[in-house]
Design a protein. Sequence first.
Length: 364
Amino acid sequence: MSTRDELAGVLADTLNKQFKDMKVAYFLDGTDTTPTDIKDFVSTGSTMLDLAISNKSNGGIAVGRITELNGLESSGKSLLGAHMLAETQKKGGVAVYIDTETAVSTEFLTAIGVDVESMLYLHLETVEDIFAAIEEITAKVRESDKDRLVTILVDSLAAASTKVEMEADFDKDGWATSKAIVISKAMRKITQMIGRQRIALVFTNQLRQKLGVMFGDPWTTSGGKALPFHASTRIRLKNTGQIKDKKNNTIGMKMKAQVIKNRLGPPMRHADFELYFETGIDDFGSWLKVMKEHKLVKSGGAWYTMNDHQGNELKFQSKDWNKQLEDPEFKEYCYNMICEKVVLKYEKNFGIDDVIVEEDMSEE
């Protein structure tokens, strides 16, 4: 076990005395609570995506950090963000929905578990107003109840204008760059503010195609480079197909979520799940698919077989899967098995011979 360096200790004491208003020097040996410590996690509503982001059980997006959800239109950005609000409320937290698109459906929010009566809804039009509201919320939380969990969803950054843009003529130059400048200045301030609070800040953003790009990632997002830089986690969503009922009505969609930037765990991991318009993410359905992939459950025709937590053989059909998970001990048993297979373990003897190279990681 290493001991703390004496000179480093002297330097830490000197610097903390110089900056009287706040502590700036820490040791990462577990004895200090540092600004880099993750205060808590908010689930995305998808266990597989939670594991892909945090690479640990009971994880998700980090509290005290910024998360970006980006994708093309109808890729499920707002729906995934709404799930995060619902999960926040389940933990006794406050859900804040900042809407710039004027497209909120209270019926859908209620269907996926959001308590719309206790959710704070803000309709704002400009980037300046959005960040002013975030700053005010952060300051008020610090004053009144700094230990209370708060998740702020901004839906979306792409739809928000700036005050310059609102007042300018569209045939005049200069207004288009004002948005990136405002966001860049605001991000530097907001990142530090929420980093000291139990606040999770989530932005949805529009994915746009770069013109004339033949190699590399052909996609970019609205609002400049500040949000991609300051976000601890960036999740790219893609609608991979429709889910239809027996009458050929579209009742949901298949989604792929790829973690394209991650400061919580390994990046470029992905999760696949199904989202139904009336009930939200089918999380337990994803469990069964992953367990089948890892041979934790055997399938034959319409039936699945596995050993339960007591060692007894269990036989069921997919339609009865959710009912099986009503047993809390069996549910925990399945969850732990999934974590054992999915969570990446950092091996000290990992070498170049263990690497499998995949040439193309970009979206089609």
